[in-house]
Design a protein around this ligand. Structure first.
Ligand code: AMP
Length: 318
């Protein structure tokens, strides 16, 4: 399928790359590195990376404004569902390619490359470049490295397999990546965020079956001078708490008039619960958007139930 994707890219003069709303480093990395690689390989093509920007991710490169999309190819990365594609309408494009590592949700691509066992969308882009005449340089390699590092939480999640280490190890050697220098933009954060993380740790509630949760109203975000995306960015740091199997943050997002839900698990499969609340994601890392804090109690209840079943051994994967 990589060959088919490459041949399709080759045919189009105008190519637009999109990813999901509320971008994370993997969404940014996979989009920007594929854009850079296409431009490096075919300098005459017009290639655009779209979606709403975030000041946190400027190191991945600049996003583009679109004018006329007639006769262009759309490549959607890291996004399984139509409703979460940021910045474009799929009807406007002549052909669509999807490259994703989430469990399947909507069919919208003429070509769909989905590998939900892959660590990240960045890993899939790396494979695409490795397996086709698409070109790579140190800058592209650095971006891809950061996307993979971020989505595997530094190779700690179980989406990391031997193959992930193999291709990343080759990437580091081939492009002489200085990984300590790369980490700074990804992990550097202001002191107020560290204090806010401390607040979360001090104020988490834990249910009987091991669901840790916290509700974060906008007034609190203002008090710590953090934004609605901040709690979701620190949720992975709450892994490996002995009493906790699933942990979930509910954050008021005044700008979008909803509540952002971010959930993680170190055992029970949680994406099916979040999918019932306008969300979804991976088995052990999921999110949702709900209208009011009232729904949060329903989500906590459902998560508590799946933890109970998990402990009783009913829902274990193996
Ligand atoms: P987050 O907690 O925002 O980092 O999201 C974790 C995972 O859940 C990512 O794979 C997201 O793509 C997915 N996700 C987050 N929010 C939603 C949503 N509203 N609908 C579907 N999937 C989501």
């Amino acid at each position: 399928m990589f060959k088919e994707i490459y041949e399709t890219i080759k045919k189009f003069d105008k190519i637009v790359l999109a990813r999901h709303v509320g971008p994370d480093p993997d969404a940014m990395s996979s989009t920007m590195s594929l854009k850079d690689s296409i431009m490096l390989t075919f300098p005459k093509k017009h290639v655009y990376a779209v979606g709403s920007g975030s000041s946190r991710f400027t190191y991945f490169g600049k996003l583009d404004k679109l004018d006329d999309m007639k006769d262009s190819l759309l490549i959607v990365l890291d996004t399984p569902d139509i409703r979460r594609i940021d910045g474009v309408k799929i009807e406007d494009f002549k052909k669509i390619i999807k490259i994703d590592h989430h469990p399947f949700v909507d069919k919208f691509g003429d070509i769909e490359y989905i590998d939900d066992a892959a660590s990240s969308a960045s890993e899939l882009v790396l494979e695409l470049i490795n397996e086709t005449p698409l070109k790579m340089n140190k800058e592209i390699a650095s971006k891809l490295y950061l996307g993979i590092v971020s989505d595997t939480n530094r190779f700690m999640f179980n989406n990391t397999i031997g193959k992930t280490f193999k291709i990343v190890s080759k990437l580091i050697d081939d492009y002489k990546l200085e990984i300590d220098k790369l980490y700074e933009p990804l992990y550097l954060r202001p002191f107020n965020e560290v204090k806010f993380e401390g607040y979360i740790g001090l104020n988490l509630s834990i249910t009987e079956q091991g669901v840790a949760y916290i509700k974060l109203p906008n007034t609190l975000l203002q008090e710590f001078n953090v934004d609605a995306a901040s709690p979701g960015n620190m949720i992975n740091n709450f892994n490996f708490i002995e009493e906790v199997l699933v942990w979930v943050f509910f954050t008021e997002d005044v700008k979008n008039e909803n509540i952002r839900v971010s959930a993680r698990s170190r055992g029970p499969i949680i994406n099916e619960v979040l999918a019932r609340y306008n969300g979804g994601g991976h088995k052990y890392a999921s999110g949702a958007r709900i209208k009011t804090m009232k729904d949060s109690d329903l989500i906590i209840k459902e998560l508590d139930l799946i933890c109970k079943k998990y402990k009783e051994g009913e829902t274990r994967e193996n």
